[in-house]
Design a protein around this ligand. Structure first.
Ligand code: NAP
Length: 308
């Protein structure tokens, strides 16, 4: 029978999760990664990652995720593609349940990341896959030669806009303020994109659709004027929500749902660590997730050696 007890169970196979797994395995700990879909997390939906050191020409996010997985598995890390349904983390021997299996762990690394925030419009969910998307890299090709609207003003919105401007005939970026939150490094590419138009200080108040999306209604935040933008697709890029529902009532979270962890990535529960985008932190990037993962494994090892 398979042994379902591990030194470290890592929930989430993004960069933070696989960095934790790699460091754990190299320290001689048995490590299991439980991942819901595919390795890489949100990074896997990024076409070109240009700010992860070591890749002079950038690297595809999905490819980088696969490399991180294989790099960890080379040292004995196991991966199971399975969604975690419940956890009991306050116990000395922590329990992690998926639909079919139960695992026990001396330590747990929480690395579930975040998922895209919705606009909250009434028909938004039913139009997902029929013109509404949260991932330009995944769905952009469906809109080749067409018109799309991107909502948001952060790095994701701007990176998506640059990517889609190469594929689509016309790209509108609707942002609720009159300046971008996105980093200045994107400016040159934005200026070059002649088929891109910004709609400032405006919010999407309605998605118009028959079977498929046909347009959006946009309301100015300055004079309340509503205008219509005919389009084939709406890409929502208005930030993320931490994937921490599972942890409520066990692990301390802030008011927005992010896990509170200290500099060692330790949460309020002994032996439970939090890495990457699901924790409260000043900069959510691949490099900071990876750094968290290394730190978490170091302190998981110390916890096993000195506290159990
Ligand atoms: P973000 O930085 O939180 O930006 C979200 C954007 O959506 C903001 O412009 C915000 O407006 C707007 N917004 C939020 N709620 C909204 C709503 N209900 N309706 C309309 N607009 C709304 O999120 P992100 O761009 O997804 O980035 C997430 C993290 O990943 C960030 O840390 C980012 O730096 C990182 N990231 C980095 C890269 C890169 O370095 N290349 C690429 C992608 C993502 P306000 O500006 O008015 O708040």
């Amino acid at each position: 029978m398979e042994n379902n007890s591990y030194d470290v169970v890592i929930i989430g196979g993004g960069p933070g999760g696989y960095a934790a797994a790699l460091y754990a395995a190299r320290a001689g700990l048995s490590a299991l990664v439980l991942e819901k879909f595919s390795p890489g997390g949100q990074m896997a939906t990024t076409d070109v990652v240009e700010n992860y050191p070591g890749f002079a020409d950038g690297v595809n996010g999905f490819e980088l995720g696969m490399q991180m997985k294989q790099g960890a598995e080379r040292f004995g890390v196991k991966t199971k593609l399975s969604e975690v349904k419940s956890v009991e983390l306050a116990l000395e021997s922590k329990v992690i349940r998926t639909a079919k299996e139960t695992f026990e762990a001396k330590t747990v690394v929480l690395a579930m990341g975040a998922f895209p925030r919705e606009l909250g419009l009434p028909n938004e969910r039913e139009l997902r896959g029929r013109g509404v998307s949260y991932c330009a890299t995944c769905d952009g090709m469906f809109y080749k030669g067409k018109t799309v609207v991107i909502v948001g003003g952060g790095n994701t919105a701007v990176a998506d806009a640059i990517f889609l401007a190469k594929i689509c005939e016309k790209v509108y970026v609707v942002h609720r303020r009159d300046e971008l939150r996105a980093s200045k490094t994107y400016m040159e590419a934005l200026e070059k994109a002649e088929n891109m138009e910004f709609v400032w200080s405006a919010e999407v108040v309605e998605i118009e659709a028959g079977e498929l999306v046909t347009g959006v209604k946009v309301k100015s935040r300055k004079d309340d004027k509503v205008t219509e933008i005919p389009c084939d697709g709406v890409f929502v890029a208005v930030g993320n929500v931490p994937n921490t529902e599972l942890l409520k009532g066990q692990v301390d979270l802030d008011e927005a749902g992010y896990v509170l962890a200290d500099e060692t990535t330790q949460t309020n529960l002994p032996g439970v660590f939090a890495v990457g985008d699901l924790r409260k932190k000043p900069l959510r990037q691949i490099v900071t997730a990876v750094a968290d993962g290394a730190v978490a494994s170091k302190f998981a090892e110390e916890y096993i050696d000195h506290c159990l």
